[in-house]
Design a protein around this ligand. Structure first.
Ligand SMILES: Nc1nc2c(c(=O)[nH]1)N[C@H]1C(S)=C(S)[C@@H](COP(=O)(O)OP(=O)(O)OC[C@H]3O[C@@H](n4cnc5c(=O)[nH]c(N)nc54)[C@H](O)[C@@H]3O)O[C@H]1N2
Ligand SMILES: Nc1nc2c(c(=O)[nH]1)N[C@H]1C(S)=C(S)[C@@H](COP(=O)(O)OP(=O)(O)OC[C@H]3O[C@@H](n4cnc5c(=O)[nH]c(N)nc54)[C@H](O)[C@@H]3O)O[C@H]1N2
Ligand SMILES: [Mo]
Length: 550
């Protein structure tokens, strides 16, 4: 997040897009609701009529994968009506003239045709966003898990740059992070192109620092992302894999392909707190300790580094992740031995400018938000107050493109996938609690009444859902929450309903994030499906998916 969670209650205007906040970030959703009760205007943009829409001043039901057209049209209104912050644009941004020229064709009327959002709503939202002194944008994976994910974010960021909403309390562009320490993992360098603290692997000076610290030579070339890694495994270019804290077989897109890749490996290590589906494929399973069983730090969405303290001992032979890695390092011949996570933190902070001022002593009292360059620095609540990392904030002319796998006659529905409040990802953790099972006992397919009528389906009927990659079964729930033509499923029940057998691994070319939020599918009655199968004996793909599904 460029800004901080507590500031949401100061915002005059909140633009929430691609975030099912009340289900995925219920605590942050409380701040949003508080802001609304303090008088803030809330606009919700989502193809599904999510709960947050009930609190919104305006809910805009966008067609899946058309966000760029919406944000461009808002820029069009802001520029044409001269609602932008002229001084800010001149001093802090680059590329204004190019954007102004490019954006002309994105009239609100043109965007209405693409997005399905009435042009009056687009115009009103653009005017209100520009008029607010403190306007916050919040978004999550509803806009990033698309094949145009980066472009979605860039066209959205144009709005904040045009109106000078960076560096303003209660403003900013705020991606709500996913897992508890996904921010911390990135901070610590768990990204293929980065050293700790977002220093590039190609940066000679940064690399030299770490080479000195570790006594090794580091590769200046970025590593590969997970999506490329899967292809490399299938092609035999990657022969060993070490997975830590991920149930890839159930959570990666196109599960049939993931299984093929993992099975092609010569050596697979999985380090997890439970024996997951993925761990079952491993040659070696390293049992790890969970969050309540370890000391260390987590960094949250607002870049706040916080202490975690061990509450109970890990069961059996399970060990904290840092200890497993450290012991492996020793066996690989690394001389240094770590005795406590504080020693690892010190090493990290010593070589990482944005974390340099944070120490365990300071964290004893309260969390600290990076950048925190020195031990007397209070930490940073708001980013980009005086400058950007690049010299200027660049406005980007971004053309609209459609989703990677559009519907057709054979696969006439769009499947979008995501989360439900009571369950977590692949269910390895939440799937073990009787209380949670009571709330969400199994997977279901959310479908609009129009589509259910057309397919002659009854509420609760178990159906077959198939895509070009595979097939699963689940009961349907008929609901107005899903727009016509779009069905929704979670990926919380990978044993009974492995949703990712269906999803596409077509991905964003820049981040290689798969388009989890849209692929083409069809729904069939179970009886009908079985009949068709015996008629044509199934294709190879279907056979494979049946294996996955059954
Ligand atoms: N209970 C619970 N909470 C979680 C998690 C969990 O598993 N369970 N997981 C955590 C993690 S890792 C993450 S990343 C976050 C994810 O948090 P969210 O992104 O809020 O979660 P999703 O359910 O994936 O919701 C995405 C939303 O985007 C919408 N959407 C889909 N396509 C589009 C589109 O084209 N445009 C727009 N504007 N919206 C679109 C969907 O309808 C959906 O409402 O949640 C975190 N919190
Ligand atoms: N169809 C579809 N697929 C998706 C998404 C979607 O919206 N739709 N969302 C994607 C997103 S945003 C995300 S973040 C991923 C999530 O995908 P995963 O991260 O694979 O999902 P989890 O089920 O949370 O798996 C985490 C694993 O870590 C283990 N674990 C928990 N704590 C610890 C620990 O302290 N140490 C170790 N070593 N292991 C631990 C858990 O037991 C679990 O097996 O899914 C992605 N996949
Ligand atoms: Mo995530």
């Amino acid at each position: 997040m460029s800004n901080s969670i507590a500031e949401l209650k100061e915002a005059e205007f909140i633009f929430a897009t691609g975030t099912n906040t009340t289900e995925s970030h219920p605590v942050i959703a409380l701040k949003v609701k508080k802001a609304v009760s303090n008088g803030a205007k809330l606009i919700v943009i989502d193809p599904r009529r999510i709960e947050l829409a009930d609190f919104a001043h305006r809910y805009m039901q966008i067609k899946i994968g058309t966000d760029i057209a919406l944000y461009n049209a808002m820029s069009n209104v802001i520029i044409n009506e001269e609602l932008y912050d002229k001084e800010y644009v001149a001093e802090r941004t680059g590329g204004f003239e190019e954007l102004k020229h490019f954006i002309r064709e994105y009239t609100p009327q043109y965007a209405e045709q693409i997005t399905g959002i009435p042009s009056e709503d687009i115009i009103a939202t653009a005017r209100e966003y520009a008029a607010a002194d403190r306007a916050s944008i919040i978004y999550t994976v509803g806009i990033t898990e698309h094949s145009c994910g980066v472009h979605n974010v860039q066209s959205l960021t144009n709005l904040a740059l045009l109106t000078g909403n960076f560096g303003v309390p209660g403003g900013g562009v705020n991606p709500l992070r996913g897992q508890n320490n996904v921010q911390g993992a990135g901070d610590a360098g768990c990204l293929p192109n980065n050293l700790p603290g977002y220093q590039r692997v190609g940066d000679d000076a940064a690399r030299a620092n770490w080479e000195k610290e570790w006594g090794v030579t580091l590769d200046p070339n970025p590593g590969v992302t997970k999506v490329t890694a899967i292809d490399d495994m299938i092609l035999g270019r990657m022969r060993a894999l070490y997975i830590m804290g991920e149930n890839s077989l159930a959570s990666d897109a196109n599960a049939g392909k993931t299984r093929k890749a993992l099975e092609a490996l010569e050596f697979l290590v999985v380090q997890d707190i439970f024996l997951t589906q993925t761990a079952e494929l491993a040659d070696v399973v390293l049992p790890a300790a969970g969050f309540g069983e370890v000391d260390g730090t987590f960094a949250n969405s607002e870049r706040r580094v916080q202490r975690v303290r061990k509450a109970v001992n890990p069961p059996g032979v399970a060990k904290p992740d840092w200890q497993i890695i450290s012991e492996l390092g020793e066996r690989f011949g690394y001389k240094k031995k770590f005795n406590h996570p504080a020693e690892i933190w010190d090493e990290l902070a010593r070589n990482t400018p944005i974390l340099a001022g944070i120490s365990y002593d300071r964290l004893d009292f309260q969390g600290i938000q990076w950048p925190c360059p020195t031990s007397d620095h209070p930490g940073t609540q708001i980013l980009h107050t005086d400058n950007f990392e690049t010299e200027k904030g660049y406005l980007m002319p971004i053309p609209h493109v459609g989703i990677a796998e559009p519907t057709d006659e054979e696969y006439p529905l769009i499947l979008t996938t995501g989360r439900r409040r009571a369950t977590y990802h692949t269910g390895t953790q939440t799937g073990r609690s009787a209380g949670i099972e009571l709330l969400v006992p199994h997977e279901w397919v959310e479908i609009n009444p129009e589509d259910a009528d057309e397919l002659k389906l009854d509420d609760g009927e178990v159906v077959s859902v198939s895509s070009r990659r595979g097939r699963v079964q689940a009961p349907i729930m008929i609901t107005e929450k899903s727009p016509p033509g779009v069905i929704f499923m979670s990926f919380h029940f990978p044993n009974e309903t492995p949703t990712n057998v269906l999803t596409t691994d077509l991905h964003d070319p820049i981040t290689e994030t798969p388009e989890f939020k849209a692929c083409a599918v069809k729904i069939e009655k179970i009886a009908q499906h079985h009949k068709k199968q015996s008629d044509k004996n199934g294709t190879q793909n279907t056979n494979q998916s049946l294996k996955m599904a059954d």
